[in-house]
Design a protein around this ligand. Structure first.
Ligand code: ATP
Ligand code: MG
Length: 140
């Protein structure tokens, strides 16, 4: 049975260390299905739009610079309760606070270079997916 969907990004710190497959294994072992995936180089315009909600935060410039510093892998993940489930699989934003076995505990280098992004609501998941994928790219 198809579940709900969330949007994921494997961030540049993880692609740089050749961890795409390792991150994907944690995602799949956690019960989510990767139903779309593409490796891209984000442009400054894309990153600024994607993280627009954080534009007033002090780390915004650093965040955009990081997200455009190397390749990322954008993904659509599907499964029951996908948004909340993926946030559990990723762990806390700060890897020092992330639970054992989570992507950020296993792989993140710091609160900024934290290996993965996941949507924070169904509504944002839909918007984020639409920023990077058309319906024909997603095969559940
Ligand atoms: P994401 O949105 O990437 O899934 P999140 O929802 O856990 O992560 P947010 O609060 O939405 O965290 O922050 C977005 C991203 O901004 C974080 O993943 C991290 O890369 C960066 N970030 C957040 N807080 C800081 C900080 N204090 N210093 C540097 N970067 C930060
Ligand atoms: Mg967030």
């Amino acid at each position: 049975m198809a579940g709900t969907r969330t949007f994921s990004i494997i961030k540049p710190d993880a692609t740089e260390r050749n961890l795409t497959g390792a991150v994907n294994k944690v995602i799949e072992d956690g019960g989510l299905r990767i139903v779309a995936q593409r490796r891209i180089q984000m442009t400054q315009v894309q990153a600024e739009r994607f993280y627009g909600v954080h534009s007033e935060r002090p780390f915004f410039g650093e965040l955009v610079e990081f997200m455009t510093s190397g390749p990322v892998v954008v993904q659509v993940l599907e499964g029951e309760n996908a948004v909340a489930r993926y946030r559990d699989i990723m762990g806390a934003t700060n890897p020092a606070e992330a639970a054992d076995g989570t992507i950020r505990k296993l792989f993140a280098k710091s609160i900024g270079e934290n290996s993965a992004h996941g949507s924070d609501s169904d509504e944002n998941a839909e918007l984020e997916i639409a920023q990077f994928f058309s319906a024909a790219d997603i095969v559940g």
